[in-house]
Structure formats: C-alpha cells, structure tokens
Design a protein around this ligand. Structure first.
Ligand code: ARG
Length: 455
C-alpha cells in the first residue's frame, strides 16, 4: 500500500504489519465525508491565500469528480480513506493535488469525517425511531379498550388496558429518541483545523469550515478535538440502552407467544419453523433481537476501554472507534427497522387472554379499595381481603363467586354492589391517576405522543 508519510523511512512496512495497520477496508465508508471535508478545507486554504483561486477551482472540481465516481477507487491500494482521496486527487490533477493536506492532519480529518458520518446516520436513525414510535401509538390506539393482565414478578397483578402496555414501550423508545437528539448535538462540533494536535500555521478560517460542513461550531481546543471520541461513546450508549428496550419487549413477546400463554400470534412473515418438528412456529425475530443485545454492551465497553488511559492527543487506538461504531450503527438500524414491522403484525388471542383475566385475584386491590372507600383503613381492608383470598384458595372458589352472605361474614360493609367490580373494564377504568392503566389515561398518553411525534 502506498504511504503518504514515506519520506523518513528507509524501507516499506512489513506485509503483515501493513495489513494490520490499514483501515481502508472499513473507513472507506467515510469517503463522501472526506471529500466534502476536503472541499471545505480547500475553500479555507484559498481564503488564507495558501492556494490560488485557480488551484482552489482545480482541487474542488477533482474532489467533486471523485464524489461522482466513488466506486472507481481501489481502496486496497491505500492505507486509509484519507490517503486514498489524496492519492486519487494527485492522479487526477498532479502537483496541485499535493497541496490539499496543507495545514491539516489525518488526526483532525478522521474525526471530522466520523462526526459528519454520525450526524447523517443519526438523522436517519431518528426517522426509524419515529416510525417505531408511531406504530406503537397506533397499536395502543387500537387496544385502548382491550384488556390484559399486568404483571409484577411475572405473576398476575392487576388488570390494565392493552394500550397501556404498548405505551410503556413507547415511553422507553421516546426516551431513546430524545437521547439520540442529544447525542446528535454533541456530535455537532467541527474539529478540522486542529491539525495533528496543536492547530495550524495558516490562517484557516475554522468558522467558515464549520459553516461549510454544516456544523454548529468549531471545536474549542485542538488537543481535545483530535483525541475526543465521547460522541462515539454517546452513540454506543444510545444503541446499548435502545437494544435493552428492544430486548425487554422481545422477552415479553416470547413469553406471550409461548404455548403456555398463547396471548399473541406472530405473523407467519415474521416467524420461522423447525427443520425437524413440523408443528413449530418460532419467535426467532424477537429471540435474535434479544440475543444481539450483548453485542451493543460489548461495543460500549470496547469504546470506553479504548479511551481509558489514552494520553493526549491522538493515538492509533482511536482508529478502532470506527470498527465498533459502524457495526453498532448498522445493527441498531436493522433491529429497529425489523421490529417496527414485526410489531405491526402482532395479533392478540382474546380467548386466551380472557382465560387469564378470569383470575379473580387480580381484583383483590379493588376489593380492598371497595372497603376503604367505605371507611375502613387500608391496612385493615388489605388484611381482610387477604383473608378472603386465603378462604377462596382453601375452598377453591373465585372471589366473584362468593355469595354475599359469605362476604358479610368477613365484613358487614359488603353489599351486593361488590359484584360490580369483577369486570376487566371496571377494574381498568377505576384507575384514575395521571399516567395510570385506564383507557382514559391511555387516550391522554396517545394525544401527548402524537403531539411529540409531530414536533
Ligand atoms: N486511519 C487513521 C484513524 O482512523 C487516521 C489517522 C491516522 N493518524 C495517524 N497519526 N496515524 O484513526
């Protein structure tokens, strides 16, 4: 591979070391950004009178040409994307091309390219996240007046609107999207002009370069600018927490899809079969999403470990940021894209859910509250309802089937209206706090969600 730094060396790199050192195989995806950064830098060089307007025109035209013929470059010949751009530029325009690297270093260039790449990817990722959020909102709307058991410790707890379940996941992914915006803001700082570490000996207008490349501002400190990869870690954390949320959702889907629960049915288009058991239809998409989560944690750990203990400023360790970042970007986009479609096609099996909703004990809090609303202190009503539950368990009876005489033996407060509470919609509607599991609350949540998505 040709080197742009060969001057002080007496011999070329050992073949294995050359391969080990090179990054072109993966950083070639930065080509577009490297070319754009090159154009902005060229403009600044002309403004600083380092190159003539004629040279500026020549370099810019050649960079534009390369942008159009991206595929024509043979990256295997170059150490990295920056060497490739410079090499191809010189091939096109000769000596003038050799002026492009005046006042810049690959150290400030690579991190500029990476930030530009990430900003674009974040913009796309935001759309994907919004699509998922919109789908969850639509599903919540369809399920507002449908009910399901809510769980704690994976045991029947209280009845909730099914829309509430969807909106719980909406909240997780909404937080992820907000986090992503913040990550985007932190990536929006322009390092070019920081040179190798100390800045440049030319009057390069860094504010102009920042504006040309659509960054919010130039970086404040050259030493930090070339060594900083916090924005990479930020994204890796975003990917890790988002994957965690997908994994939790996956786990619930896998449970709800199990033979024992059978609450939901996964569309054939999103299930796979078994090579030996003809009856099988497996939730592989959810299992894969759950299984891939660890890779994001690994990437985050790798990123943090890469930075830990690195002296200022640039060290070659930082080349590894791209290996993990590119992979994480690709994977998290893929997971959210497939999950959005996957969720859209999930169907509920109402008969099976009804069987679970027939578990009277999910009304136990409602029974205790019935007593408390009629004056009994809650600790008393909790204890008394517990005794009713115990009686039902010992006598294999349901709470809704106990005769009124029996209720009255427990407390004279009970009247016939106690039987009104044993309905899923009654129980869910009874929740009247802001953000609760009632259909009214879910409607409010959906309204807020739609306003958020419009922003
Ligand atoms: N390929 C390198 C990277 O990705 C570019 C910067 C090289 N700088 C250097 N001083 N060797 O980090």
């Amino acid at each position: 591979m040709k080197k742009i730094w060969e001057g002080r060396f007496e011999k070329g790199l050992d073949e294995t070391a050359d391969k080990f050192n090179a990054s072109s195989s993966f950083d070639k995806i930065l080509l577009k950004y490297d070319l754009l950064a090159g154009m902005a830098h060229t403009k600044a060089l002309a403004k600083a009178k380092v190159i003539t307007p004629n040279e500026e025109g020549k370099i810019t035209a050649a960079l534009k040409k390369l942008l159009k013929n991206e595929k024509a470059i043979d990256f295997t010949k170059y150490e990295d994307v920056h060497s490739a751009v410079e090499g191809e530029l010189v091939k096109l325009i000769g000596e003038t091309g050799k002026k492009i690297h005046t006042g810049r270093s690959r150290n400030d260039l690579v991190v500029t390219d990476t930030r530009m790449y990430l900003k674009d990817e974040i913009a796309e990722m935001k759309k994907i996240m919004k699509a998922l959020l919109a789908t969850l909102t639509n599903l919540a709307e369809k399920n507002t007046d449908k009910y399901m058991p809510g769980y704690t410790h994976l045991q029947h707890a209280q009845i909730i609107s099914r829309g509430h379940w969807f909106m719980a996941y909406f909240q997780m992914f909404r937080r992820d999207l907000e986090l992503l915006s913040f990550v985007g803001e932190r990536a929006n700082v322009m390092p070019l002009g920081s040179g190798a570490l100390a800045g440049a000996n030319y009057a390069i207008d860094r504010h102009l370069v920042a504006k040309e490349l659509q960054f919010a501002e130039p970086s404040q400190n050259s030493l930090d600018a070339v060594a900083d990869r916090d924005f990479v870690i930020d994204f890796l954390y975003f990917a890790a927490i988002t994957a965690t949320h997908v994994s939790r959702l996956s786990e619930e889907i896998i449970i709800f899809n199990s033979s024992e629960y059978s609450f939901i049915e996964i569309d054939d288009a999103f299930s796979t079969g078994s090579s030996i058991m003809p009856q099988k239809k497996n939730p592989d998409i959810a299992e894969l999403a759950r299984g891939k989560t660890g890779e994001f944690y690994g990437a985050l750990m790798a990123g943090l470990t890469m930075l830990k203990g690195l002296p200022l400023a640039y060290n070659k360790d930082l080349q590894e940021d791209k290996v993990i970042l590119f992979e994480a970007v690709k994977k998290i986009k893929e997971i959210i894209t497939v999950f959005e479609k996957f969720m859209r096609h999930i169907k509920f099996r109402q008969e099976k859910i009804n069987e679970s909703l027939a578990d009277d004990f999910m009304y136990a809090v409602d029974v205790a509250d019935y007593l408390s609303k009629k004056g009994m202190p809650f600790r008393e009503s909790h204890k008394l309802t517990g005794q009713i539950v115990l009686y039902c368990l010992q006598n294999r009876e349901g709470m809704s089937k106990l005769p009124i005489e029996k209720y009255k033996q427990f407390s004279e407060i009970f009247e016939k209206d106690i039987y009104n509470i044993f309905k899923p919609e009654k129980s869910a509607h009874a929740k009247c706090t802001f953000g609760s599991a009632s259909p009214e609350s879910v409607k409010g949540q959906i309204k807020t969600a739609r306003a958020f998505l419009k922003k």
